[in-house]
Design a protein around this ligand. Structure first.
Ligand code: URA
Length: 231
């Protein structure tokens, strides 16, 4: 884990507390201590892990959280509308490097999504080559015909516009219009396109699990810190 040694104003600005030029004022208002000794001079250098603000540890240098996304929030930094970043503390949105979602869920999709400012982790998990398991629950517009489980498992399903067939996916039928689907790739609108390819339509989509992280015990719109170790 990083424990960087730098000026207090540099810590505060990279963690989103204030800009470097606002640091002097910040230090008058908030009780920032280095090893329990209050500091007022923003040029003082310190190790990250020795800093407290109002007796609480300063925010971590790297943040990765699992969020249970509600419907209606967009996984984007700059679209118009309600952005997923409204669901995390405001100062996290001023961090450098930026916090971003790992991959995306559609605006109407709910459930498990990771957010991180760890660029290498994000790159690794959202790359088209990443084989992370994702489990979805979907409700469908029309009852299943019966051959979908076999078609999805075949490893031969070609989606429009793709050059390679999808990897085998596991479909579990709960009722004729309610399913659980396990996939280990993340093509654009993949689940909706898979059901489209077998003459159906997804009405609601919820991601229960991303890799080993599930949102069962996480209220909608809330997040928890996770430490990511890919097995
Ligand atoms: N597949 C979709 O079609 N939409 C999502 O949001 C996620 C996977």
């Amino acid at each position: 884990m990083a424990n960087s040694y730098k000026r207090i104003d540099a810590h505060l600005s990279s963690l989103g507390y204030c800009t470097r030029s606002e640091a002097r004022k910040f230090l008058r208002i908030y009780e920032l201590c280095i090893n329990d000794k209050r500091v007022f001079d923003p040029s003082t250098k310190a190790y990250h892990d020795d800093i407290t603000i109002n007796k609480e540890p300063i925010d971590p240098e790297t943040i990765t959280v699992l969020l249970n996304k509600p419907a209606g929030f967009i996984c984007s930094h700059n679209d118009a509308g309600s952005l997923i970043y409204a669901l995390i503390p405001n100062r996290w949105n001023r961090r450098k490097p930026k916090i971003s979602t790992i991959g995306r869920l559609d605006v109407d999709t709910t459930g498990a999504i990771l957010l991180t400012d760890d660029g290498a982790l994000n790159h690794k998990l959202s790359s088209p080559k990443s084989d992370v398991l994702k489990i979805y629950e979907a409700t469908l517009a029309v009852p299943l015909k019966g051959d979908e489980e076999q078609i999805f498992a075949s490893g031969e399903l070609m989606l429009n516009g793709e050059t390679k067939p999808l990897l085998p996916a596991k479909l579990e039928v709960i009722t004729p219009t309610q399913v659980r689907l396990e996939i280990c790739e993340g093509k654009y609108h993949q689940v909706k396109r898979m059901f489209g390819a077998v003459g159906n339509r997804v009405l609601t989509l919820h991601r229960v699990k991303f890799d080993s992280f599930d949102v069962e015990d996480l209220a909608e719109g809330t997040y928890k810190f996770v430490s990511y170790e890919k097995k």
